[in-house]
Design a protein around this ligand. Structure first.
Ligand SMILES: *Cc1c(COP(=O)(O)O)cnc(C)c1O
Length: 341
């Protein structure tokens, strides 16, 4: 298989059109059989539900080459399940989970030439998404939908090593109690754009959102869950109904317990306790873990003992173990790695 002529190690995180994408349409109460197509453009009514009322959900996962040259994806069944949960909350039809995994395989297979070689740090990012496409003007769910997956090669998240970032406690909220924070919907991102642009203008890398109800508990950032390490090496992650259940974070909790023998806790985390943690990281598919060195809160700073130069030691062990599992250097738990032949 000839690879595309791409400078893999210097790729950024941007959209690059690949050869094929998957589309399945929902009409008259049923999904069609689905197909791979070449056309990257979508034509729809000016009154499409997605354009007027943001009825859209998505997923994100990566295909990559392991040490022994296999092309694999990481736990796509969990993305299928999460998209189904998002669909139910958004009054959209569920795309069958087995068909989701099959469609992921088809897209990767059709774009094998875009899967970066092992060791470059680059991956083929997959973006499954679904949206309401028929015209809707009175507020109600669409009746016709498309489920799609496109692929785009992306560069290594950390070029030249993972440097700790600085985040701020946001004055904006990400998700309301009993709202849509626990599903992967575009609307959660639309309303976070002002907050992230504001944080960047002020010189911060990310926002820490607190619970909208009491503003006392840690939720997450715009697109990643928190992991904390206590001074006695326990792993703590916030529990809340308005946090998006990150697959990376859930995998890291298993790694911490089963591979590193660490104690793990998923519980409410009060912002007041954050200053007592030894390490802090953000987990998501893109970076696996981004170390946090400093949190700014209205004139006060929390500086983690791990500092601003490198990942804390426990965060690093978690990162090395999970990326080792993903890249085939460490044996994976059953069912975590799906090989695409
Ligand atoms: C996608 C996402 C994450 C990370 O989830 P992963 O499955 O680990 O990629 C975390 N928070 C939010 C709000 C997200 O949308």
């Amino acid at each position: 298989m000839d690879k595309k002529n791409i400078d893999w190690s210097n790729l950024g995180f941007g959209y690059i059109k690949t050869d094929k994408r998957y589309v399945s349409a929902y009409k008259n109460g049923a999904w069609d059989e689905g197909q791979l197509i070449e056309d990257d453009m979508i034509t729809m009514s000016e009154c499409a539900c997605v354009l007027q009322y943001s009825q859209t959900i998505f997923e994100g996962l990566k295909a990559y080459t392991t040490q022994d040259g296999k092309i694999v994806v990481f736990r796509p069944d969990l993305n299928a399940e999460r998209l189904a949960n998002s669909a139910r909350r958004m009054e959209m039809p569920v795309f069958p989970e087995d068909r989701f995994v099959d469609a992921v395989e088809q897209v990767v297979r059709a774009n094998k030439a875009f899967v970066p070689p092992y060791g470059t740090g680059a991956t083929l990012y997959l973006r499954p998404y679904m949206f309401g496409i028929n015209p809707v003007i009175g507020v109600k769910p669409a009746e016709e939908f498309q489920f799609r997956i496109f692929a785009t090669p992306v560069g290594p998240y950390f070029k030249g090593g993972a440097k700790p970032i600085t985040i701020k406690v946001s004055d904006f909220d990400r998700a309301a109690p009993h709202g849509t924070g626990n599903i992967k919907a575009g609307l959660n991102y639309a309303m976070s754009l002002h907050a992230i642009v504001t944080a960047h203008k002020e010189g911060f890398d990310e926002n820490m959102y607190l619970d909208a109800g009491s503003r006392t508990k840690v939720e997450e950032t715009g697109g990643a869950n928190f992991l904390f390490v206590t001074k006695d090496n326990k792993i703590v992650t916030p529990k809340s109904d308005s946090i998006l259940p990150s697959i990376t974070r859930r995998s890291l909790m298993v790694v911490a317990k089963e591979y590193l023998g660490l104690e793990v806790e998923e519980r409410e985390v009060y912002f007041d306790e954050v200053k007592d943690f030894a390490e802090c990281g953000l987990c998501g598919t893109a970076a696996v873990i981004s170390p946090v060195g400093k949190i700014y809160d209205h004139g006060n700073e929390i500086c983690f003992p791990s500092g601003m130069e490198e990942m804390g030691p426990v965060t690093k062990k978690l990162y090395d173990t999970l990326t080792g599992i993903q890249m085939g250097r460490i044996e994976a738990p059953k069912g975590w790695i799906k090989v695409i032949d």
